[in-house]
Design a binder for this molecule. Structure first.
Ligand code: ATP
Ligand code: MG
Length: 215
């Protein structure tokens, strides 16, 4: 019985290595150095599939992967149907923020009931945030480099992930509102959890021990 784990390259892969190692799983290759999309491990029955961060929930939802690791941002945007999220792994931590050009009076714009143009890769999170505040917005969906949008007049503000704030500062933007704390979670296909329980449970237990949520 093969266990397939969906991961994305970069920070999630790096920060997942110690969790895998606690479960006795060591990847045979580094996906950042290899072009392979299916990576074997020391464990004959465990393989990793390397997918785009935002595609992880889709692979797990349809059972193409049994387990996956995805940011809370990605899980909210995806909607999470067919997925079980047993564990917050406390990795890839950052914050979802509203950011605006330095000098833009966000509070005043909100107070005066201005209609805001919001550029973001996270339309669902942005829409729900401004709906809760009762602020009217036009959401402009982008796929990257949100920081550029207010600088060239595409939007008034952006909704984006911030960790150090370095990218915002480099583009003369400032965070003006916190929306959510983000970290990555383990997601499990609900059918696999039943059918492959004996293979999945030890991995869940090992991850839970590392993050201090021992069963
Ligand atoms: P791509 O960069 O290929 O467009 P992506 O931005 O979705 O894809 P990553 O940048 O690797 O992929 O981010 C993956 C996850 O890591 C995000 O979904 C988020 O949960 C988290 N993350 C993103 N940016 C940061 C950050 N600056 N610091 C910490 N965690 C982050
Ligand atoms: Mg990115």
């Amino acid at each position: 019985m093969t266990l397939t784990i969906a991961l994305s390259k970069g920070r999630i892969f790096e920060e997942t290595l110690p969790l895998l190692s606690a479960a006795g799983i060591v990847p045979a290759e580094d996906p950042d150095a290899s072009r392979k999309l299916i990576i074997d491990t020391n464990h004959p029955d465990v393989r990793l599939v390397i997918v785009r961060a935002s595609d992880v929930p889709t692979y797990v939802q349809y059972g193409a992967a049994d387990l996956g690791i995805a940011g809370r941002d990605v899980l909210i945007e995806h909607g999470g149907s067919g997925l079980y999220h047993p564990l917050d792994l406390d990795i890839a931590r950052c914050r979802m923020m509203v950011a605006a050009p330095e000098g833009f009076d966000y509070e005043a714009a909100v107070r005066h009931g201005a209609r805001l143009k919001v550029a973001t890769k996270y339309p669902r999170i942005a829409r729900e945030h401004f709906a809760r505040k009762g602020v009217h917005v036009d959401i402009i969906k982008l796929y990257g480099s949100m920081e550029l949008a207010p600088l060239v007049g595409l939007s008034d503000v952006i909704v984006d992930l911030v960790s150090t704030g370095g990218t915002l500062r480099a583009n003369k933007l400032a965070a003006v509102e916190h929306i959510l704390d983000i970290s990555s979670r383990l997601v499990v296909n609900q059918a696999a959890l039943k059918l492959k329980h004996d293979a999945i449970q030890p991995v869940l237990d090992a991850f839970a021990r590392v993050v201090g949520e021992a069963p």
